[in-house]
Write a protein that binds this ligand. Sequence first.
Ligand code: PRP
Ligand code: ADE
Length: 177
Amino acid sequence: MTFDHDLKASVRTIPDYPKPGIMFRDITTLLADARAFRRAVDELVNPWAGNKIDKVAGMEARGFIIGGAVAHQLSAGFVPIRKKGKLPHTTVRIAYSLEYGIDEMEMHVDAIQPGERVILVDDLIATGGTAEGAVKLLRQIGANVVAACFIVDLPELGGAAKLRAMDIPVRTLMTFD
Ligand code: PRP
Ligand code: ADE
């Protein structure tokens, strides 16, 4: 993990959002800072320079912003993993829980060909419920999930450890207690 104080300073914390007791780590301030946004995307992409990555998969909604930029830099395709009911073609769907709720996500069955090398991207990993659900969907359609990367890790909630236990290498750029 790379710890970068300046990058970390660009993330804003909102207490008690969306529920009492949650310290919400708001990356919109990082995204609005051109140097911080570029730096974050570069740091996520660097380990994969020269490696063949077929697809980047990103989770709605913040994962679309980061994942789209990462896919562009890797010259990879982008696959959206969406909250239920948004995708028009045949999907695979899974229920999942996250730090402050439950939901269902889905992806198109034909978004990835069996064996394609995929990186999963999101802004933040907390409990890992969202990322775990995404890995299960990707593996269900035969993707080779080679890594997962996130700008923010909340390690006390155990998400990164959960993914590593699923044999997914995890890269994160900063942690918050
Ligand atoms: C946030 C975040 C991750 C997820 C992490 O998304 O962008 O996808 O929570 O939590 P977890 O590790 O406990 O699963 P959210 O569902 O709030 O959706 P949004 O991107 O639409 O705001
Ligand atoms: N997603 C899950 N937990 C979160 C948190 N504490 N801040 C921002 N996004 C989150």
